[in-house]
Write a protein that binds this ligand. Structure first.
Ligand code: NAD
Length: 484
């Protein structure tokens, strides 16, 4: 599928709602536009998904057969990796090589969950309680069944379009669910090619249904739909709360992967030659548009100047540009809206007297580029340290001891990720227990493996993606008692 076919495909998507432009964040020009599918498209997609779920065309397929299809999807993603990376880098502005890495991870999701298709099963159980309201029982046999949860809505953001789609589709399909796929309105392009790939790999028609449109129309209709059994959502904490409200009508299950304000602790005994560049790129990569971006860096006072200087040096040396430019490290922000939001935080900080060590401005060129920004003398209780900015902006805050830094690190509503850099291995593991985060990395950062659960504590999420938890989130238990 060429880029032109994808662009034609999106323009011809069904929809009667508002026209949604797709803007290249590097040139600020409209690439193409499409009509919002809205509630009508959701209604049709849910009906198709429900019909396939009830018919069992995918749900009752033996696990090894589903596994073969998932494996084929992975192979086809790899076959089309260049096109997919071109589409996602055009649509998000991210460097092409980063988009390529993300595509191979997307393929791995499907391979990983292909393995689980044959491994999730219930268990047999010895019944221990022989009393019951209908009298004493003995000779009871019991077992559990793991069943797919049903029709699931998959809603995800723009920061890694094909990757975000794969992270949800792979476990949902492995579990035997029928799906409605709702990409972000800014970045629906690669979902069209993925849709073709799913069909070519053998996912029966109607099992995975693409819906394109705005969040407040199509997304909201999906979250509220009475015939949807679960919503798996990645996005902002604010929208996560709206989804929980909308899901209340039929008490559908909700899995949420939300925002973060992740702390990075750098102790004076850390290997600074690794800690400084890793912590710097741990927030600047993808222009800070990563959920696990380490946007609060706490530095033990003895090495404060050295670390601030080092991070500022990385910030100054990072090359920004579009996917077609040479030797680029990071791309632009996704949209004019996001640019306004990020600059709003920076300008507010300047008014409040924070010290801008470097950055603090957009680039003097077309595109939504913001210079990587290092801030010090930031009030920890203020918005810059409490709210997710989702831009290349880091606050550096000094600390003296464990208790002080743990209290500050945990003092936000978020709990997605946390990092500690120290050569004291005992302290590192003590910190891992004390930091309130779904993922803690010690002397490393931005690490991720499909085998290990990823989820947010506090207001960073409900439930888990990846690993066994990932597939079980799309399943429910049934307990069967039998009198022998
Ligand atoms: P967003 O919440 O605005 O939108 C995400 C998705 O939700 C989009 O598809 C959007 O169309 C849809 N949506 C918007 N309003 C909706 C509604 N009322 N009902 C249903 N759907 C709706 O998020 P964003 O700004 O696109 O993405 C950035 C956010 O995503 C950040 O907060 C980031 O931390 C988070 N994120 C989290 C993870 C994670 O794994 N925890 C990963 C990536 C991004």
């Amino acid at each position: 599928m060429t880029l032109q076919t994808v662009l034609d495909g999106i323009r011809n998507r069904p929809g009667t709602g508002d026209v949604i432009p797709i803007v290249d964040p590097v040139t600020e020009e409209v690439i193409t536009e499409f009509s919002d599918g809205g509630a009508d498209a959701v209604q049709e997609a849910v009906a198709r998904a429900r019909a396939t779920f009830e018919s069992g065309v995918w749900r009752v397929k033996p696990g090894n057969e589903r596994a073969k299809v998932l494996w084929r999807i992975a192979d086809l993603i790899e076959d089309h990796a260049t096109e997919l990376a071109e589409i996602d880098s055009l649509n998000t502005g991210m460097p092409f090589n980063q988009a390529q890495i993300i595509m191979s991870t997307a393929a791995e999701f499907f391979r990983y969950y292909a393995g689980w298709c044959t491994k999730v099963s219930g268990m047999a159980h010895d019944v221990q309680m022989t009393g019951g309201i209908t009298g004493a029982h003995s000779n009871l046999h019991a077992y559990t069944l793991k069943e797919p949860i049903g029709v699931v809505g998959l809603i995800f953001p723009w920061n890694g379009p094909a990757f975000n789609a794969a992270a949800k589709l792979a476990p949902a399909l492995a579990a035997g669910c029928s799906c409605i796929v709702k990409p972000a309105e800014e970045t629906p392009l690669s979902a069209l090619l993925l849709d073709k790939i799913l069909a070519e790999a053998g996912v029966p028609e109607g099992v995975a249904n693409l819906v394109t449109g705005y969040g407040h129309t199509a997304g909201a209709a999906l979250a509220a739909h009475p015939d949807v059994d679960k919503i798996a959502f990645t996005g902002s904490t604010e929208v996560g709360k709206e989804i929980v409200q909308a899901a209340g009508g039929n008490l559908k299950r909700v899995m949420l992967e939300l925002g973060g304000k992740s702390p990075v602790l750098i102790y004076d005994d850390a290997d600074l030659s690794v800690a400084i560049p890793t912590a710097a790129m741990g927030v600047f990569v993808h222009s800070g548009q990563a959920c696990i971006a380490g946007s609060r860096i706490f530095v033990q006072r003895g090495v404060l100047d050295q670390v601030v200087e080092g991070i500022a040096l990385v910030a100054k040396s990072v090359r920004l540009g579009g996917p077609k430019e040479e030797d680029v490290h990071i791309g632009p922000l996704i949209s004019a809206r996001q640019l306004t939001r990020v600059m709003g935080f920076i300008d507010e900080g300047k008014r409040d007297g924070v010290h801008v060590v470097t950055g603090g401005h957009r680039l003097d060129r077309r595109g939504y580029f913001v210079h990587p920004t290092v801030l010090t003398e930031v009030e920890h209780g203020g918005r810059l340290c409490q709210q997710e900015i989702f831009g290349p902006v880091v606050a550096v805050i000094p600390f003296d001891d464990d208790d002080e830094v743990v209290a500050m690190a945990n003092d936000t509503v978020y709990g997605l990720a946390a990092t500690a850099w120290t050569r004291d291995i005992g302290r590192a593991h003590r910190l891992a227990k004390r930091l309130q985060a779904g993922t803690v990395t010690l002397n490393c950062q931005m690490i991720w493996d499909p085998n290990l659960p990823m989820g947010g504590h506090k207001q960073s999420g409900w439930g888990y993606e990846n690993g066994r938890d990932g597939i079980e989130g799309y399943m429910q238990n049934k307990t069967v008692y039998a009198q022998l």
